[in-house]
Design a protein around this ligand. Sequence first.
Ligand code: 5AD
Length: 370
Amino acid sequence: MAELEKIETISKKPELSRDDILFLLSLDDPEDIRYLGGLAYAVKKKYVGNKAYLRGLIEFSNICLKDCLYCGIRRSNNSLERFLMSRQEIIDAAEFACKNRYGSVVLQSGERTDGTFTDFVCGIVKDIKSATDGKLGITLSCGEQSKETYRRFFEAGAHRYLLRIEASDRDLYYKLHPPDRHHDFDTRLSCLEWLKEIGFQVGTGVMVGLPFQTISNLANDLMFIKKIDADMIGLGPYIEHSQTPLYEFRQQLMPRQDRLFLTLKMIAVLRIMMKDINIASATALQAIDGFGRERALKFGANIIMPSLTPGKHRKDYLLYEDKPCIEENRDECKDCLEIRIKMAGDETGYEAWGDSLHFINRNHKNQTYV
Ligand code: 5AD
């Protein structure tokens, strides 16, 4: 039965209660879900506008210390070739971003904590800044590091950092990660705090539709995101990967289509709860539905991350199976995206960093950003 009035009333509340969140996440009538999406889209338009900002995603290395039970590039997966892109390949990708008026890049990799890696990342950040006259905003997504390393990344010129909590419930976290020193829930929480203290715009997020995960966990995830006052969010559906231990539990998963709708509801509720944050439309959405990312824009997301990873490495960076566009090159991605954003009714935010207004509103009310 349609619950439009109740949905609207909740969406206007200054603070959503846990029950409100549970109610919205449990909607299953397509008309109700569409209505929720429309309200979230209106909030997005009012508070952050209808520009979708681009972050060219450079997945520069799949070498990883970690053994996360869901992830295709986990340390124990021997069925892929490990790579580290050369400095020149990375700069080329960043220059492509600049030439095509993407305002920012995201440098993402598996997790390494050795000094050679830290030096490499700092060097790359500085090189990209100088090769593009400081025009490109740089987001890093290189996992858990020491506070000192985060500080070095920041001083090198990166100003945003993505570190998904993956699951904010401690018990669930340990069902998804092996219990050793590389996978400590408290360390992950500390990392998020350090990033914030250092001055990064901090992004986090969770996977949606994981085995063992309940709606109640997801409601708590949204409250966690609000509590830590994140600036940016990446929420995507969990997609099983046959070379990972979690694959064993695939019979317990909800159908992929339901994971897609649950992710869209999570995005919409979050937009209503945190009006001026940046929310990325996860590529994993597109693995389920060819128009998944555009649908997310209609449910309140405002960031798109087109891949700039060279074609030859894409098959070795499959965090999950059925990852879209692994046969494509970056020119094709660029052309396809502009059309898709327009189809969603949005504009593309070219040549702008598209920083999180939430961060700006909190920290630098009088400062102007590019
Ligand atoms: N399905 C969906 N997302 C995944 N990630 C890793 N493995 C999977 C998977 N099997 C996500 C994690 C990580 C991000 C880079 O990719 O949330 O933080």
